[in-house]
Design a protein. Structure first.
Length: 244
């Protein structure tokens, strides 16, 4: 499959342009270990210089993991606290990453490819550290993002289906498709039909059809709202992503 970006209207991205096979992919090498000993305290704690982790009080055995990517201008710790209730309900751990800049880098690289910036390497390092400190169920690892974080989660998640069994994109604006996808990967896309920042039409007419054309079967929830986190969508997405 030819790599390409599904473009947000008006944005300076690769609007349907082909990308050469030499373009770099955001490949992560961290491997979750269900047998690792839990050495992290319950509650919120810092994990290195650019990540926060949340451990519910009730964690039994290898836990599901939800990796969180904040919106533009957001803070990882604040974004993490949006999902602690959901984590408690599911006995899932959270890890929220802080982008190296104001937002996640996802743009043309000037050579016909895509530039993901320094964040894939930072994410890989944070996950490697986490996997050495907590038992994680390798079959229940998901990546979730909102707004710019959704575009990044969708793009990085699709490139790493062995690690991320599920991807949740809340109001994405764009997506980069790798040369191959895993049709078994669980994809959930939610978007407000009255979104005035990242147009709903782009998701409905470009992003979702592009995922389907690639061979994926994304679940969708298009809600009557604007550019916001819809908590009913979050509940449905996480139930689907974690295999309830």
């Amino acid at each position: 499959m030819i790599r390409h970006m599904m473009a947000l209207a008006g944005a300076a991205v690769l609007a349907g342009a082909s990308v050469p096979a030499s373009a770099a992919e955001p490949v992560l090498r961290a491997i979750p270990a269900a047998t690792a000993a839990m050495t992290l305290p319950s509650g919120v704690s810092r994990l290195g210089s650019n990540a926060f982790v949340y451990v519910p009080r009730k964690v039994s055995g290898a836990a599901p993991l939800i990796v969180l990517l904040h919106p533009a201008g957001g803070k990882a710790e604040d974004f993490l606290r949006e999902f602690t209730r959901s984590a408690d309900q599911r006995g899932a751990m959270l890890m929220a990453m802080q982008a190296s800049r104001d937002t996640w880098t996802l743009k043309p690289d000037g050579k016909g490819g895509a530039d993901f910036g320094a964040d894939p390497a930072a994410l890989d390092q944070a996950l490697t550290t986490l996997f050495g400190k907590a038992p994680i169920d390798p079959q229940r690892v998901a990546i979730l993002g909102y707004s710019d974080g959704a575009s990044y989660a969708l793009s990085v998640g699709l490139a790493n289906p062995t690690l991320f069994k599920a991807v949740v994109a809340l109001s994405p604006g764009t997506v980069w498709l790798p040369p191959r996808v895993d049709a078994a990967q669980r994809i959930f896309v939610a978007h407000g039909i009255r979104d005035d920042k990242l147009p709903f039409r782009n998701v409905r007419e470009t992003i979702v059809p592009g995922l389907e054309k690639a061979g994926l079967k994304p679940q969708t929830r298009f809600f009557n709202g604007g550019h916001e986190i819809d908590h009913l969508s979050v509940d449905r997405a996480l139930d689907y992503a974690l295999g309830k």
